[in-house]
Design a protein around this ligand. Structure first.
Ligand SMILES: Cc1cc2nc3c(=O)[nH]c(=O)nc-3n(C[C@H](O)[C@H](O)[C@H](O)COP(=O)(O)OP(=O)(O)OC[C@H]3O[C@@H](n4cnc5c(N)ncnc54)[C@H](O)[C@@H]3O)c2cc1C
Length: 292
């Protein structure tokens, strides 16, 4: 007897949980992701600051599905869905037919249209972002070591945009990397000239946390030498500085963007009802109105 086909788009936390829940059931399940690994996002900041290797937080997707005979994986990017034909359209290979479709493609980083952010800032949302941050930070230290006059031109100033959990974690880990590891590795350089600056547009770090947690985060970052600028948004990012909305210019060649996320653009390719922020509108049981 033909087993009903389930296609799960996205092997993040949602997609992998769905696949695990459907393991060893009478369903033929394929989980599709643009990568052949799952990204454990809560530890991206540790890869970005060299305390974990990329493999440590990116288990192989085939390993995740290996144990259940009814689960399979496909590495390809989803471009859309043909709801009439019940097929998922992918960027290489034949469309994937389904009886049931699970959409779990997650979110992408949002630069909120700040001029220059897309060109010059590095987000922290994917494993590729984390390894780029890591190599960029280390390269800045190599540059400043090769030409000591550069420490003052912003080469060793790291600006983090966004004082939510990711920005706070990243600043804490970055300041630790500099103070503990790089101070030893670059022993002939004045590593004390390196700056980590956290810019948050609201009046608080960790806006969704309790007042006590917010205050403790501020105290801890200050103890680690992180300069926190609250209540001012970044107005523009350039290759050698950032400009804050109050006119302050901070010379820097490294802007790390943790200011927020928006709905995955694949949502817009589906012609489904969306919220103002681009998220797909769903019922309380997560089903899409008008689709069964
Ligand atoms: C740096 C960082 C730290 C975080 N820390 C925490 C934390 O400590 N605690 C917490 O609860 N949450 C944390 N979060 C939030 C958490 O990671 C998300 O809420 C969670 O990942 C959402 O799960 P998801 O399955 O919806 O999306 P994701 O986990 O993002 O998975 C989406 C998947 O879809 C894939 N995909 C996207 N588009 C396509 C496409 N077109 N075709 C094929 N595949 C596609 C992606 O490759 C990805 O694997 C953090 C997020 C970040 C970025």
């Amino acid at each position: 007897m033909r087993q009903p086909k389930v296609v799960i788009v996205g092997a993040g936390f949602g997609g992998v949980s769905a696949a695990r829940a459907l393991a060893n059931t009478p369903l033929d399940v394929t989980i599709v992701d643009q990568h052949n690994f799952h990204t454990f996002s809560p530890l991206l900041y540790q890869v970005a600051t060299s305390s974990l290797a990329p493999d440590d937080i990116a288990p192989n997707l085939r390993g995740i599905v290996r144990g259940a005979p009814n689960l399979d994986a496909r590495m390809t990017t989803v471009r859309g869905v043909d709801f009439e034909r019940r097929e998922v359209l992918v960027d290489h290979g034949a469309p994937l037919p389904y009886d049931y479709l699970v959409l779990a493609a997650g979110a992408v980083s949002s630069d909120f249209g700040v001029p220059g952010a897309a060109e010059h800032a590095i987000p922290l949302k994917t494993l590729a972002n984390a390894t780029k941050i890591r190599s960029t930070v280390l390269s800045r230290f190599e540059d400043a070591n090769a030409d000591r006059s550069r420490a003052g031109d912003g080469t060793l100033t790291f600006v983090v945009a966004g004082g939510g959990p990711t920005g706070v974690e990243l600043c804490g880990a970055l300041s630790e990397l500099i103070a503990i590891v790089l101070r030893r590795d670059f022993k002939r350089m004045d590593v004390g000239r390196a700056r980590v600056v956290l810019v948050e547009m609201t009046e608080h770090l960790l806006g969704s946390f309790s007042p006590r947690s917010r205050a403790e985060a501020g105290v801890e970052l200050a103890r680690r030498g992180v300069e926190v600028r609250l209540g001012v948004p970044i107005a523009a990012v350039a290759g050698d500085h950032v400009e804050l909305a109050d006119g302050t210019v901070i010379p820097t060649r490294t802007v790390l963007w943790t200011a927020g996320v928006k709905a995955n653009p694949v949502a817009s390719a589906l012609s489904l009802a969306q919220t103002a922020r681009g998220q797909i509108v769903v019922r309380p049981d997560l089903s899409v109105p008008g689709h069964t």
